[in-house]
Design a protein around this ligand. Structure first.
Ligand code: ATP
Length: 306
């Protein structure tokens, strides 16, 4: 029994790691042949997507019953609009995206897409309409073209190139000796965090889903990379229902609504202008981040003049 318990334990570990990373999970499940924790109801229906409106209603969730993470969260993301979630580290921002993608089920309240509870539909049909740009993309050990085409297997070479163009990664790919045929992943070319994220954006542009979840990388990016990624994200989120899990406030200024999450509840909500006028938590996060950016820029100028 012990001999069996160790590999099972290992599979459990791998499964938790994968789920945490929000990466190509279905593919990985196929590889590992592991049963997911969340299972479809026997009478689960296909999600009937209309315009892709999302509602979180009084959502409660805890990974560990002794430590509630979300305590009654209600958020509406109207079809085609962008809602950004900000807040201190560990506030539960990414947890919201994991619940929408249904890696876990809510323990109270509900999440609906176009009025259908995510627990009543098949996971396959739910995930088919959601494009996820995770914090950290795991690439397949294959060509860069394959990694982009994974968003829509039947896409032509010119579709793949157009998606790379829109994701601001085409010039970089063309600069590689083997171009789109360059091997990436663990056994190939190692891409930076920003490059991997743009491959994920290109993949999502090809998939063209009605709903998008953008989980920004926490890692610091240089200003140029950040601007390129922002430009790519603006293209992909245009006219799509978008939930942004934001770590940098510069990316949320244009959101239709900003939700400030703290200690499991919504501390503030409104547009950037409304929240600045309110002079509360968001306004203080904003001024702190601006000071940090200004200090960084000053430091850079001093270094450059040396
Ligand atoms: P950050 O800005 O640092 O990414 P976040 O607001 O996105 O943080 P979450 O990733 O949603 O935070 O995590 C919320 C809390 O839940 C954290 O305290 C985290 O430690 C905890 N948590 C996250 N995943 C798990 C898990 N699989 N098991 C147990 N606790 C978890």
């Amino acid at each position: 029994l012990i001999q069996l318990a160790i590999p099972l334990n290992f599979i459990g570990f791998v499964y938790r790691e994968i789920r945490q990373g929000l990466t190509d999970i279905e593919h990985m499940f196929d590889l590992l042949d592991v049963q997911a924790e969340v299972v479809d109801k026997p009478d689960a229906k296909e999600l009937m997507i209309d315009k892709g409106a999302i509602s979180f209603t009084d959502v409660h969730f805890a990974y560990d019953p002794a430590r509630p993470i979300l305590k009654g969260i209600s958020i509406d993301v109207p079809a085609g609009k962008t809602v950004a979630v900000v807040g201190p580290s560990g506030a539960g921002k990414s947890t919201l995206s994991r619940l929408l993608y249904r890696f876990y089920d809510v323990q109270g309240g509900s999440i609906t897409v176009d009025g259908q509870d995510v627990r009543d539909v098949t996971q396959k049909s739910l995930r088919a309409v959601i494009g996820m740009v995770p914090q950290d993309t795991v690439l397949f050990n294959d060509t860069i073209a394959y990694n982009i085409r994974y968003g829509r297997i039947e896409a032509s070479d010119s579709d793949v190139e157009a998606a790379a163009e829109a994701a601001q990664i085409a010039d970089f790919i063309r600069s590689l000796p083997e171009g789109f045929r360059a091997m990436v992943g663990e056994r190939g070319l190692k891409l930076s965090g920003g490059e991997k994220q743009r491959v994920a954006i290109a993949r999502t542009i090809l998939k063209a889903p009605p709903i998008l979840i953008l989980d920004e990388a926490t890692s610091a990016l240089d200003t140029k990379t950040e601007q390129e990624i922002q430009a790519a994200l603006d293209i992909v989120s245009r006219n799509r229902t978008t939930l942004v899990i934001a770590h940098r406030l510069s990316t949320v200024i244009h959101a239709d609504e900003i939700i400030v999450l703290k200690d499991g509840v919504i501390a503030e909500r409104g547009t950037h202008g409304e929240l600045i006028d309110r002079d509360g938590l968001y306004a203080s996060m904003w001024s702190r981040q601006r000071e940090a950016t200004q200090a960084e820029e000053q430091l850079k100028r001093v270094r450059e003049s040396d």
